[in-house]
Structure formats: C-alpha cells, structure tokens
Design a protein around this ligand. Structure first.
Ligand SMILES: CC(C)(COP(=O)(O)OP(=O)(O)OC[C@H]1O[C@@H](n2cnc3c(N)ncnc32)[C@H](O)[C@@H]1OP(=O)(O)O)[C@@H](O)C(=O)NCCC(=O)NCCS
Length: 159
C-alpha cells in the first residue's frame, strides 16, 4: 500500500525533486527560476504528493492565476491555468493526479477564481481521461503548439 499526502510545494526543499519529476515525465521542462516564480506568485497553487515514510516526491502540479476573457461569458476575469502536472510512473493510477488537481482547484476558489484552463497533447490519452473525469471540456485545438509540432487541446472547466 502506497500512502502519500498532498501538501504545498516548499521552494527551499522541493525544487530539485520537482524538477526531476518534471524532466522524467514530460518533454516540457522549465528553468529553476520559472518554478520558483510560479510558487512565489501563487504558493497555494503549487502542490506536491509526498510519499509517507520516505519523504520522496511522487508528483506535483503548478498553477498560475491570469487575467483574460472568460470562456463562459463573464467578461474579463481571473482564470486559473494549470501549467504542469506529473506523477512518477511507479506511483500512477493511485489518484495522485486527481488529488493534486483538487488541491489546485481549491486554492483557485479561495482566490475567487471560477474557471480554469490547460493545454494537453492530442496524443496524451491518460491526461485527457483525467481532465474529462474532472469535468473539463475540449475548448479548441492549438495547432503545432508544442515545439515538436504536436497540437494541443485546450481544455476548460468551471470550478
Ligand atoms: C496524466 C497523469 C498526471 C495521471 O496521473 P495519475 O496519478 O496516474 O492519475 P490518477 O490516478 O489520479 O487517475 C485519475 C484518472 O485519470 C485517468 N487516467 C490516468 N491514467 C490513465 C491511463 N494510463 N490510461 C487511461 N486513463 C488514465 C483515469 O480516468 C483515472 O481515473 P480511474 O483511475 O478512476 O480510471 C500521469 O499519467 C502522468 O504524470 N503522465 C505524464 C505527464 C503528463 O502527461 N502530464 C499531463 C500533461 S497535460
């Protein structure tokens, strides 16, 4: 049985572990300062899954608050943007991503954010299923969004 807890990212102690998970799990990697800037601007929106007993980081999600035109007709408003989420292969299908997404949504609601969006590769069926399960809907396709030419599906949800 794998026990884990979802907690806020700690920039002092978690940055290397999160960068490692990111580099192993995703082709979209970012410099250290980018992670720290996201954490600094919206600390509650950056969460990790810590394995109990070991203290290892099994996954993370990071979220930003932006201003933009509502996808739901609310005019210019605050929007949550799930920038990145990943869970190490060994710890997948344990609802870690679901719980990380819940944490992000909760943090956004506490900042009066009522809608959220994200990009996902067209081929990423696991992630598409995850977001659909959480109520996200396909909004539009961003052609050749990724540097390797793959298109992104932009998914949106009210939260
Ligand atoms: C996508 C990812 C974050 C899911 O993490 P996870 O912790 O394994 O997901 P969960 O256990 O919370 O799964 C929740 C739901 O997502 C869907 N899902 C997750 N993995 C899936 C898979 N391999 N195949 C099909 N559906 C999947 C299912 O609907 C699942 O619900 P269920 O278990 O009741 O069927 C993980 O596979 C990952 O890190 N992938 C690489 C990085 C990535 O693609 N990030 C997203 C970028 S947009």
């Amino acid at each position: 049985m794998t026990n884990y807890k979802i907690r806020r990212f700690n920039p002092e102690t978690d940055i290397e572990a999160v960068q490692l998970v990111n580099s192993i799990c995703l082709p979209e990697n970012y410099p250290r300062f980018f992670f720290l800037e996201i954490a600094n601007k919206f600390p509650e929106g950056f969460n990790v899954a810590e394995l109990e007993g070991f203290g290892d980081i099994a996954g993370y999600e990071m979220t930003r608050i932006e201003r933009g035109l509502s996808n739901y007709g609310f005019g210019i408003c605050k929007k949550g943007h799930i920038i990145s989420i990943a869970v190490m292969d060994k710890y997948r299908r344990l609802k870690i991503a679901e719980k990380l997404m819940d944490a992000a949504h909760k943090a956004l609601r506490l900042r009066d954010v009522r809608e959220v969006y994200l990009e996902v590769r067209e081929s990423n069926q696991a992630a598409l299923n995850l977001y659909q399960k959480l109520g996200y809907q396909q909004h539009k396709i961003s052609k050749h969004y990724y540097t390797d030419g793959e298109s992104a599906i932009i998914m949106i949800s009210k939260i």
